[in-house]
Structure formats: structure tokens, C-alpha cells
Design a protein around this ligand. Sequence first.
Ligand code: SF4
Length: 432
Amino acid sequence: MASKRQIFVGGVPIGGGAPVVVQTMTKTETANLEATMEQIEKVAEAGADLVRVAVPRDKDIEALKTIVKRSPIPVIADIHFNHTLALKAIDAGAHCIRLNPGNIGGRDKVAEVAARATNAGTPMRIGVNSGSLPKHLHELEREAPVEALVTAAVEFVELMESLDFENFKVSIKSTNVPNTIAANRLLAGRIPYPLHLGITEAGTKWSGSLKSAVGLGTLLADGVGDTIRISLSTFHAEEEVKVAWEILKALQLRERGPVLIACPTCGRLQFDMDTVVAEIEQRLEAYVDPIEVAVLGCAVNGIGEASHADFGITGAKNEGLIFAHGKPLRKVPQETLVDALFEEIDKSVGSEGRVEFDEGQSAEGAKWLQRIEEENAGDLTPERIAQLEAAAAQEGDDITAPGDGEATGPAPDKVELDERASPTSGRRFTRA
Ligand code: SF4
């Protein structure tokens, strides 16, 4: 359910079925032109489609005039409590103005900004935050916080419509993840305008990323949301962009750069997976192609579930195997595994995605893999347990370990998806 309306911020379409737009906000003092531009370059390189800058003072307006000219991506001016700054930011050429119509000083001042924005063709983001609802909604906020947030947003929408201004997107933000989810779902059903999603003050890189992934991911999976910003307590705005992309890539809403898949490891692990995966992840950042790279901690299961990956590695004892598209490429000493993997990736990237197999080396790798698999054929690895569970679920059988003839557990009860009953997401699993 993408929004019906579409707006353009600079040349970037938002809503109306356009790809979900990634945005972030600079952490620098905007008036510090060089520092702000440096951060904008970094976030653009990391994949931000839009960037927002705080404009709390006149000296920020001065910098803004240059920033909008030099920025490789459209710039949104973030204004609070001061409609004069909003007017000046429009005149400075900001590609969008973010303001809260509730704190800008009354209808006349909002009207003045709307008129100036109409003349300049500048869109706006209007929004409400859970911490700053209008006074008349405070009682409702105590009783029904979600309804209060949605009511405030709808009132602002009606205000802008009454001023003949419809070139905007809307945000409802809260530090509370379930309230953010519920409020945006409700709002998406009530207004046709694009929605900006975010969790306010989400937290550190670790906890904030998780909260954002849960809150925004839930909404995006339902088709709600047209642009996202991940708010993290870090001075490195590009980290916010990276997290946003991981969420979009996980939901297969957009593609950007490589996808790394890695087994969770277990007691069969044959090399220092922590170091290897971290190195591969870091080296993959230099690539723009959506290559899928798999890292398997041992070769006990063969290539198995990683057979769809463009490239992968696995290891046993002192040796390792590079594979591509489910087929062995070559066997290498384990200490050269990562370098050899990147040699193969580079060769492929340099020849438009083609992978050349040396049949002799591939056959040697396949033989090695087969030997490892045979030596460990009786092992119940996590992957084999998953395969057994899947097979048992299909047949409705108990799950039985190979060779021991004993059931290790009953097949699970039949699980049905009840689409209608939903406390949070419209979906709840109920036991039949
Ligand atoms: S058995 Fe599976 S989870 Fe364990 S190390 Fe091997 S590939 Fe990884």
C-alpha cells in the first residue's frame, strides 16, 4: 500500500509507488560549511538519496545557500519554531523544508511559508513527534497515544489543505516502536500523502539499528512508508545510511551492493569465522554490484544452502574451497582463502559477471568436498536438522535422526495463519 500521492524532493520521487527513499541528517553544525559538506559527501557515497541539515540560526542559512549548490543529493532544511528561517531556507534554494506546523507560530505564519513554498515549488515534510503534540490533544494522548498522534497528523494535513498546499509528505514519530507501527498504519489508511518513517531517538548503533529494523521493517513489509531515516546516536551519519540499506535489502525492496550471507557457526567450525566474515564484509564495501557472497564455517554440508550464492567459501582442516553458483572453483590453502575469494570476485566483476571455471581445478575441489561430506555423513548439523524438519513437516512424520531409528521430537502442530486477527501487524499465528 504505497501512498497514492507522489512528491519530488529535488529530482527524487517519494511515494506513489517510487522505490523507498533513504535519507539521513548531518551531525555537524550546518554553518561549518566544510565539515557539513564532508559529511554530505560521505552519506551520498554510502547511498543516501536525500540529506537533511539543521537550520536553527541565520548563519546556517548562509551556509545552506552554498550547500544546496555543492551537494550531490537534494538537501532538506530542518526548521523549528521560526517561520522566518523557513522563508529564508526556501529562498536559499533548499529542496525541501521540514517543519512542525504546530510550533511555527500559528496559522498565518504557516500560510506565509506555504505560499512561499508554492511559489518556489518547494515541497515540505510536516510532522508530529510524540513529545510535542498540541495542547488540546494532551488528554487524548494520555488515554490513547496512537489515536492522539494520528489525530495531530491529520489536523496538520487538513491545515495545509485548507491553505491549498498539498506538496508534502508526513511523518509521525515516537520513541515507542509499537506506537510508531500502529500510528503509521492508521495514518496510511487515512491520508494519501507519502509517509516518512523513523523511530525518534532510537539509540546507539546496536540498539537503535535493531529498534529501527523492527519498527520500520514491520511497516515497510506491509507496504507502509515511502522514505526512511534511521536515527542513531553516532557522529557518523553514513552509519545510519548503511543500516537503512540493510533493512531495504533484507526486505528486497531495493538493491545496493553485495549481500553477505554467513552460517551461524557451531562446534564444527574449521576457521576463525569472526575475523574472516568481518574482513569479507569490510572488503565488500568497495563493490557496487549486488553480488551475493556466502561464508560457510565448514564443508561438512557441502555447498548446500549456499548454492544460489554468486561466490562462497568453506573450509576444512588446513584447506579451503572457493565456489561460485553452486560449483567448486578451486581449492586453496586456508590462509589464502579470503584473498583468493576476492581474486575470483574481481575477475568476475571485470568480465561483466562471467565466472570462468578451470575444469581440472573444479573437479579437484568437487572431489575434496565429496570426501569431507562422506567423512561426516552421519553428523546432524544445523543444516541437516533443518532439512529433516522440512521433510518431516511435508510428510507429517516425526523427525527421526538417520540411522538411530528414534524419534527426536514430534512434528509440530499444524500452524495456520490467521490474517484477520492482529494485535500489531495484521498477522498472528494461531495453533489449530
Ligand atoms: S555445520 Fe553449518 S553452522 Fe556449523 S560450521 Fe558448518 S556450515 Fe557453519
